[in-house]
Design a protein around this ligand. Structure first.
Ligand SMILES: Cc1cc2nc3c(=O)[nH]c(=O)nc-3n(C[C@H](O)[C@H](O)[C@H](O)COP(=O)(O)OP(=O)(O)OC[C@H]3O[C@@H](n4cnc5c(N)ncnc54)[C@H](O)[C@@H]3O)c2cc1C
Length: 500
């Protein structure tokens, strides 16, 4: 290990590795501090499906990062297009227009180029056929704005990023928990860490914070998200407890974004407290647009078909948490069973099935049977029967006249066998964090930069409020991580920033 660094990066996930690679590219001596042991490195990033939401122009853009796309794949796939305006619109719409416009613009305008930069760093991509395209009239048709994922998913991404970092001479310390920032006359001058109970100080001219949100901190969840959030399951890493955010607040950084908001989904009810890296996705339950959700009272409580799953899944975890006992059941019939992802069939799934709805609810045990049967009867009676069903688009096949209507994909639940899956709330990451400018400088309460301090990834606030367009997290971490590395290196080396 060197003892002199230009840039220290706190964290070992996607945002951190992008910052490290980018700072190294500018000639800086870089140290990455990863709190986790090597075997558990990579933060939430390692748990992801590896999906990136970028601006794209269909197959031409996809080919730039998936050059071996076959003729057959090209002929049989409609990738659609996703313009900067579509992306900005989605960010605005799902965040109820709270999304910081400057950060949004930076994310969107740099998305395509940053995916190509990652490709140049050795990250390999594949089209997202499995989850984001249904076969329609013989052709795969993508929906929901995301077309590529890192090969090997999140684990593949982490592996490739570490490989690239090591190849380029980035130094990495595992089991190194950053605890505080060292402040000097000119600005931030390093990091205080604890390794195996021993405190140490490491100096550098610039520090990039990329240590994730606070979703794995039960106490902060309850304090900032509200009562009941202590009971949510954590979908990813156990190491993101808000350290990076706290360290910056301690020296005067400004809290920004929606501190009471988070990304949370329907999740296997009896999942362990933290994510399982061996089966990171198998606990997800995102098929609800094709069925209904009921709570313990046997009642529906949300419009399951309000939008494409990519635009509702991240806010419906909170809705499930708010139900009596913080659980719900997803109900499907044989007409849509084939549309459920493989995780609904994975080991450890809490599932019951039956040939009649009466038998089904008897097996669910914790649902009021009479109310449940009445809910299904009313729902089936309200379905617009003459509208065609299409899973790729908002098909307008809705219900009418219910207190809570279903806006799309409303099939009557009538074809046996019937299945029900028990879910609770799984928290992915928190939305509140630090305020940065578009060059990722961490700002104080007067909106002035704290010299030498940069931030990227889930600990940045201001991008997401109430909801989140799927696959924007990795993209944001990559865009802002790459900028943070470049800017921190320029600051540390005393050269003009590329953005200046
Ligand atoms: C199951 C699941 C699936 C997901 N799928 C997708 C997807 O397909 N696409 C997408 O865009 N997003 C997805 N996400 C969201 C995604 O994980 C994030 O947006 C992204 O990976 C966050 O990157 P990050 O670098 O900010 O944080 P992380 O990857 O979590 O990295 C934070 C790092 O900081 C380290 N750390 C924490 N505290 C300290 C400390 N004190 N000192 C040193 N290091 C510290 C942690 O160990 C970790 O290495 C998913 C999340 C989950 C949980």
């Amino acid at each position: 290990m060197d003892s002199v660094y230009d840039v220290i990066v706190v964290g070992g996930g996607n945002a951190a590795l992008c910052a490290a690679l980018s700072a190294r590219e500018r000639g800086a001596r870089v140290l990455v501090l990863e709190r986790a042991p090597e075997a558990a490195r990579g933060g939430n990033t390692a748990y992801t499906g590896g999906g990136f939401r970028m601006v794209h122009n269909g197959v031409e853009t996809v080919k730039l990062v998936v050059p071996d796309l076959s003729e057959g794949e090209i002929a049989n796939t409609d990738f659609g297009q996703y313009s900067a305006e579509n992306y900005l619109d989605d960010l605005g719409r799902v965040t109820q227009w709270y999304c910081d416009p400057d950060l949004a613009e930076t994310l969107v305008r740099n998305s395509t180029d940053t995916v190509q930069w990652l490709y140049g760093q050795g990250i390999r991509f594949v089209p997202r056929f499995g989850r984001y395209a249904f076969k329609h009239e013989g052709k795969f048709k993508f929906f929901g704005g995301t077309v590529v994922e890192a090969s090997g998913g999140g684990r593949g991404l982490v592996q490739s990023e570490y490989k690239a970092a090591e190849k380029h001479g980035v130094q990495i310390r595992y089991n190194a928990q950053a605890m505080g920032l060292i402040r000097e006359a000119g600005g931030v001058g390093g990091v205080r860490i604890v390794v195996k109970g021993v405190e140490e100080e490491i100096r550098a001219r610039a520090v990039v914070l990329a240590a994730g949100g606070f979703q794995a901190n039960r106490e902060w969840r309850t304090r900032y998200l509200g009562p009941g959030w202590d009971m949510a399951k954590v979908r990813g890493t156990r190491y993101n407890t808000g350290d990076g955010i706290r360290m910056a607040l301690d020296i005067g950084a400004q809290a920004y974004g929606q501190w009471s908001g988070c990304h949370a989904v329907s999740w296997e009810r009896y999942a362990p407290d933290f994510g399982d890296i061996e089966r990171p996705i198998t606990l997800s339950r995102n098929g609800y647009p094709f069925g209904i959700m009921v709570n313990g009272e046997g009642k529906r409580f949300v419009d399951e078909g309000a939008d494409l799953r990519n635009y509702t899944y991240a806010k419906y975890g909170r809705v499930v948490l708010g139900q009596p006992g913080s659980y719900a059941w997803h109900i499907f019939d044989a007409q849509v069973d084939h549309l459920l992802h493989e995780e609904y069939r994975s080991k450890g799934t809490t599932k019951v099935h039956a040939d009649t709805l009466e038998e089904l609810v008897a097996r669910m045990e914790d649902v009021v049977p009479g109310e449940f049967l009445e809910t299904i009867r009313e729902f089936n009676a309200a379905v617009k029967r003459d509208a065609p069903f299409s899973p790729n688009v908002k098909d307008g096949k809705c219900t009418t006249g219910l207190a809570i209507n279903k806006s799309n994909w409303a099939n009557a639940i009538e074809k046996p066998p019937f299945t029900a899956y028990a879910v609770t709330c799984g928290i992915t990451f928190t939305f509140g964090g630090l305020k940065i400018d578009t060059t990722t400088r961490v700002l104080d309460i007067a909106d002035e930069p704290l010299p030498g301090l940069y931030a990227a990834g889930e600990l940045v606030g201001g991008l997401f409020y109430y909801n989140y367009p799927g696959s924007s997290g990795l993209m944001a971490g990559s865009v802002f991580g790459r900028i943070a590395g470049r800017e921190a290196a320029a600051y540390a080396l005393g050269v003009r920033s590329a953005a200046a």
